[in-house]
Design a protein around this ligand. Sequence first.
Ligand SMILES: *Cc1c(COP(=O)(O)O)cnc(C)c1O
Length: 389
Amino acid sequence: MAIPARFTPPKRVLMGPGPSDVAPSVLQALAAPEIGHLDPAFLTLLDELRAMLRSVIGTSNELTVPMSGTGSAGMESCIVNLVEPGDRVLVGVHGVFGQRLAEVARRAGAEVVCVDCEWGRALPVERLEQAAAGRAFKLVCMVHAETSTGALTPIAPFRELADKLCALLLVDAVTSLAGVPVEMDGVGADALYSGTQKCLSCPPGLAPLSFSPRARAVLEARGTPPQSWYLDLSLIARYWGGERLYHHTAPINMLYGLHEALRLALLEGLPERYARHRRLSAALGLGLEALGLRLLVPPEERLPPLTLVELPQGADDARIRRRLLEQHGLEIGGGLGSLKGRAWRIGLMGASCTEQHVLLCLRALTDVLASEGLVEPSPRALEAAGAAF
Ligand SMILES: *Cc1c(COP(=O)(O)O)cnc(C)c1O
């Protein structure tokens, strides 16, 4: 075969639902020389990383680790470690990721009670309570930040529901972590997972996960081992805990990268980081509205790191996104599920959440939509965002 040339990625600005742009110092950290996964220097990095991760998640849970794999590996780890065949699991579904949680729980042998709710809105806790009909559950699952629709749901009411149902509370914080407050201990979540390529602005490949002492007790009291050896947290905890017992080779460079990404988040300050996402997403929203576009999530339920915006009448979704990519180097996301072809998803996550990103996106959209004859060519979107800065 002809050996291809060394790969050089094109220059892109990532404003989709993830991955987000990666900060230069994180890219540098990823390219540092390899050392062994049991090297004392590496073990120091792991301890530092875990302390920073606890701080970003807002927890003192001992069992807090980055799992090898993407966000979905974090989801699957939580489910396979907590669920035994026949356990009843309640899942609120208001987008793609709730659907995925339900499917993973079904495959783990759970009796899943799936509560289908409106897409593009926060998850209504009372609907889950009705569906539970007073039965006891092993697990209540909710997606904090539904990236498929851009809706943010407060966690605390689901803690109360889980208490009523004698259940553990499992939270998907893939898109919320480091972009909006999560406060795992404050809200009383028992199990939480995330991913690195959304608001942490690291490449995909690790899934931060944390179990409360109560979730850990459920794990330790299992009658059968989890069906996945690779994701078995009782084995993985022995590498991350004091024993340093080999389970699988840690993805060393990915962990260098996450260490640096967590450092950047803490150096910025979490409250400042959350405020940045709120402020710039509000400016983006005003710019999009000035362009004549409609935001589809009600203002009080919007997720700052991800904006769902309706396509203008007659717009060709695929052609417009291809032009944004080819002419402006800009990636935004299409709609998923029932929103496919009807909405775009614009991410403002971590390093992709700056004034320059907001302006670039509005400039590119104005240019492409105007040349498609869908909006007036005018600087009003940029002016609206600029005024909001
Ligand atoms: C991205 C995402 C996932 C899945 O993560 P992958 O890294 O794609 O495996 C799960 N839940 C939510 C809310 C997400 O945004």
